[in-house]
Ligand binder design. Structure first.
Ligand SMILES: NC(=O)c1ccc[n+]([C@@H]2O[C@H](COP(=O)([O-])OP(=O)(O)OC[C@H]3O[C@@H](n4cnc5c(N)ncnc54)[C@H](O)[C@@H]3O)[C@@H](O)[C@H]2O)c1
Length: 280
């Protein structure tokens, strides 16, 4: 198949390379000349309006999705990969007068290609079963479970996943602030808590920095904005977002003072374990 990828950043690069490895011819477009040079160096030709595409993936930042779609070449199947608020794909689809699909990307920046090659789930947001199944065929060699849902459900799943991950980071960052006041080592507390099978290890042993990367901070803002647009004030998500600023300030304080405020001196951490019989 000849497949187009618009936006050759983190997601576009992984998507293009994945599809090439699955045996397809991939063409790329990026408004940034530097990114286009990288694409050429990596062996991807530019999208040519004369060459019909069978599938087109949109991998640009959320604020550029509409522009990218309006200037996109014709394709029988156009798939949005950018993280967008629920309802966006359907509303753009109505605006453009042709159906769009939404295929959320769950890769991590540091391991983008590996994650793209090893998805836990292929979640396809599609207007109907036939179009969803056609897109699913493209990823069949990955042997991952496929679930077809309406686009807005897939959009909400993607935002919810990132809000959940951000919540875990902010949760452990708050625990660190409390531990620092009492001279306890939050990383040991986190590590021990995560031995309980009910507790996720995400953020437990590794915290102390704001949620970073290009996605989590933007996506929590998208989740908050989406809830507010529906007339709901998401207090918990607001606190999750605000914790990012607080931990950044705390980090500056640690860096400037060279030590954690109120922390215990070096040596063994002051773990105050209750006797086993008192543990609940
Ligand atoms: N980075 C991640 O780990 C990750 C993971 C999952 C989802 N996402 C989502 O995927 C989308 C893209 O993220 P990214 O990290 O790949 O972004 P990025 O900034 O790395 O790359 C985006 C690319 O799109 C190009 N671009 C912008 N407007 C364009 C246009 N109109 N036409 C053609 N090219 C255009 C930019 O020049 C840039 O090279 C975002 O919505 C993001 O939230 C990112």
């Amino acid at each position: 198949m000849i497949i187009g990828v618009i936006g050759y950043g983190v997601v576009g690069t992984a998507t293009a390379e994945l599809l090439r490895r699955l045996g397809h011819t991939v063409r790329v477009r990026d408004t940034d000349a530097h990114r286009m040079n990288i694409a050429r160096t990596e062996g991807f030709g530019e999208i040519d309006e004369e060459e019909p595409l069978e599938v087109l993936f949109i991998c640009v930042p959320e604020r550029h999705v509409r522009d990218a779609l309006y200037s996109a070449p014709d394709s029988p199947t156009t798939v949005v990969r950018s993280t967008v608020p629920p309802g966006t794909t359907e509303s753009l689809s109505r605006e453009l007068g042709h159906p769009l699909l939404f295929l959320p990307e769950t890769l991590r920046e540091a391991t983008a290609l590996w994650d793209a090659l090893n998805p836990a789930l292929i979640l396809i947001g599609c207007p109907d079963k036939e179009q969803g199944e056609r897109l699913a065929e493209l990823f069949a060699p990955l042997m991952a479970p496929v679930v077809l849902v309406p686009p807005s459900t897939a959009e909400m799943v993607k935002l919810t996943l990132n809000a959940y991950l951000h919540t875990l980071i902010s949760f452990w960052n708050e625990i660190q602030l409390i531990c620092d006041l009492t001279g306890l080592q939050s990383h040991i507390v986190g590590k021990l808590c995560s031995q309980d099978p009910r507790v996720s290890s995400y953020g437990a042993a590794m915290h102390g920095r704001p949620a970073g990367g290009t996605c989590l901070p933007i996506d929590i803002a998208q989740s908050i904005g989406f809830a507010e647009s529906k007339g709901y004030e998401p207090q918990l998500l607001g606190a999750v977002r605000d914790m990012n600023e607080r931990i950044e300030g705390h980090r500056d304080e640690v860096t400037n003072n060279g030590h954690r405020p109120h922390s215990s001196p070096g040596g063994l951490p002051k773990l105050q374990l209750a006797p086993v019989s008192e543990a609940s």
